[in-house]
Design a protein around this ligand. Structure first.
Ligand code: FAD
Length: 492
């Protein structure tokens, strides 16, 4: 098909966070953008109750902020106006909930709790303000003919079929993507979908009324609170209205064992005693039985594109479990990287001739360069569930974290903790993953060398003065504990 020298058009399917941000980026490049969204416009008051979001709030970190900033519209600042920085995890240990704070970074780096609906609304509004972007709400993509560039959509209210056309179709339509279903008919798409046995239920901790009669946070708002219970966990993120959104993650088998309010209270009394007081029994019972129990789906696909006709981004390409707080951040990074490749391959907003292959080259490069990073973050997200619900309380984990943070302070470019690389940098995920493993090896070697040194010292001392051996070992033990203590203090 010849496009002549007319302005390129893109149909973005899905006005979630990723689709809305993608619309801004394409509009900035001068393309004609049309976004199709199956839900009604979430900004209209009459639709708010109808929209079921997957979580109330989410954690936004450096990758997401970088992509928002890259629009040149200060969207990072707009979103952060109501974002709440969280500088670490607050562990609620044991059923009584003794508090232990673990900072995320050694330089007080923060992830940010943001309201999902507000973020999405802000992005839709920012895109709509640009004069080359149009939104159609309440229309669902049914199928697409990628060679012809045609889309068949259904108006959800009237059930009418709508036909549309675009030079490029971008699927930002989430984990159950209709664009991906169409893409599968055109390329040999490797595709995997799976569920973990765990589901989630959202609850809340309301603001408390302080001595001056004003609303106050019931817990420290500068932390992401975690109740790690090994086989399951509960987390809480702060909201601007001083409440917390709480998410209980546990196997569906456990949810199914809670039939009535007595079962629920017994379960909470056994595992989350401190949370009952913070939530209030009545609210806990009401929300637990009213709120849905969501499932956690993982999707992997490859390739992500077809010629210069179609590409999938965000959850449509790589839905991951939410335990690294990276799903949306990674989707935003997809947008930034695609945009940078459009620049790298000099893709113009008009296609001058049939021999112009720049767009296809950019999309080829996207699949080739992005695949290893997306695979890495999906694996890391799964790994982090074990870390959050279990490892955070293990002495081996704490020792590694302490040593790693200490080495990071001493050699900031040589040793970098995994969490820092993933959440506080734009370093490719696969590089972060590989580096973490090689650092693990060197941390192990360092630990072993120190251990061997101590052992050799003891043997030598014992050889010389056997009777002083016991004193020497006590001395070394005390020295080690003092050093570990000072490091902990230094880091905190
Ligand atoms: P979606 O948000 O799923 O948006 C897809 C859009 O496409 C929707 O608006 C949908 O209505 C529309 N659509 C679907 N089908 C069609 C169709 N056929 N036609 C037209 N429109 C269609 N990520 C983080 O970065 N940090 C976090 O802290 C975090 N916490 C999470 C907590 C939970 C409990 C869960 C489940 C996820 C969490 N995530 C988090 C992941 C994050 O929610 C997703 O990665 C993110 O929403 C992906 O955005 P998206 O735009 O690709 O897809």
């Amino acid at each position: 098909m010849t496009t002549g020298s007319k302005t390129r058009s893109v149909a973005i399917v899905g006005a979630g966070p990723v689709g809305s941000l993608m619309a801004v980026y394409f509009a900035n490049r001068g393309w004609n953008v049309h976004v199709y969204e199956t839900r009604p416009d979430m900004r209209l008051p009459e639709n708010k109750a109808k929209i079921q979001n997957r979580s109330i709030n989410l954690a936004l970190s450096v990758r997401g902020l970088t992509a928002l900033k890259g629009t040149g519209l200060a969207l990072d600042e707009l979103v952060m106006k109501s974002g709440l920085p969280m500088r670490g995890r607050m562990l609620h240990i044991g059923s009584e909930g003794q508090l232990v704070s673990q900072d995320y970074g050694v330089h007080s780096e923060c992830i940010n709790s943001v309201d999902r609906a507000k973020l999405n609304e802000d992005l839709i509004s920012a895109a709509e303000e640009l004069n080359n972007v149009q939104f159609s709400f309440d229309v669902a993509l049914k199928r697409a003919d990628l060679d012809k560039g045609t889309l068949e959509l259904e108006n959800k209210t009237t059930k009418e079929t709508i036909k549309a056309h675009a030079d490029l179709i971008v699927g930002c339509d989430g984990a159950y993507s209709a664009v991906r279903n169409s893409l599968m008919r055109y390329v040999r798409l490797d595709f995997e979908q799976g569920y973990i046995p765990h589901g989630y239920c959202e609850l809340s901790i309301p603001a408390k009324i302080g001595a001056n009669g004003e609303a106050e946070f019931a817990m420290d708002p500068e932390h992401l609170h975690i109740w790690p219970r090994h086989k399951f966990m509960m987390i809480a993120l702060p909201n601007p209205d001083k409440s917390f959104t709480v998410t209980l993650f546990m196997p569906f088998a456990n949810f199914e064992m809670i039939h009535n309010k007595d079962d629920l209270l017994k379960f909470f009394e056994e595992y989350f005693t401190d949370a009952i007081q913070l939530m209030g029994k009545d609210l806990l019972i009401k929300e637990y039985f009213k709120n849905p129990k969501g499932s956690l789906v993982m999707v992997r696909a490859n390739p992500y594109h077809y010629k210069d006709r179609c590409i999938i981004l965000g959850d449509a390409a790589h839905s991951m479990v939410p335990f690294y707080g990276q799903g949306m951040n990674c989707g935003f990074e997809d947008v930034r990287i695609l945009d940078s490749l459009l620049s790298e391959f000099n893709v113009k907003s008009t296609r001058e001739s049939d021999s112009d292959r720049s767009l296809e080259q950019a999309l080829d490069a996207y699949t080739a360069r992005r695949a290893k990073d997306l695979k890495a973050i999906c694996e890391l997200a799964l790994y982090n569930y074990t870390e959050m619900r279990h490892s955070v309380t293990s002495p081996v984990y704490l020792m590694r974290k302490t040593v790693e943070s200490w080495l990071h302070l001493l050699m900031p470019t040589k040793v970098i903790p995994l969490y820092t690389m993933v959440s506080f940098s734009n370093r490719p995920y696969s590089e972060a993953y590989a580096r973490h493993h090689s650092q693990g090896f060197w941390l192990g070697v360092t630990g072993a060398a120190v251990g061997l040194g101590i052992a050799a010292g003891l043997v030598l001392a014992g050889w010389r003065q056997r009777r002083q051996l016991r004193e020497m070992s006590d001395l070394l033990k005390a020295a080690f504990l003092t050093a570990a203590n000072s490091v902990q203090k230094l880091i905190q």
